[in-house]
Ligand binder design. Structure first.
Ligand SMILES: [Zn+2]
Length: 69
């Protein structure tokens, strides 16, 4: 499934991962910028730092909202 990506400017993109929140199972908003990736859940307001990379099938996102070190 390919998420719908909206490009905010030439360096920042934002998209939504359906049912990807590790805390509540809701939709997760992801923002990719030169500073890195941030995720935000509009349902439970969980903020995470997902790992984002490119795999053989395209963009790979590993949501990591757990506040465990
Ligand atoms: Zn959530």
């Amino acid at each position: 499934m390919v998420p719908e990506v909206s490009i905010l400017n030439e360096k920042t993109a934002e998209f939504t991962l359906t049912a990807a929140c590790p805390a509540c199972g809701g939709d997760l908003r992801l923002r990719l910028s030169p500073e890195g990736a941030r995720s935000w859940c509009p349902t439970c307001h969980l903020i995470g730092r997902p790992r984002v990379g490119f795999g053989p099938d395209g963009l790979v996102v590993v949501p990591d909202g757990q506040a465990q070190a």
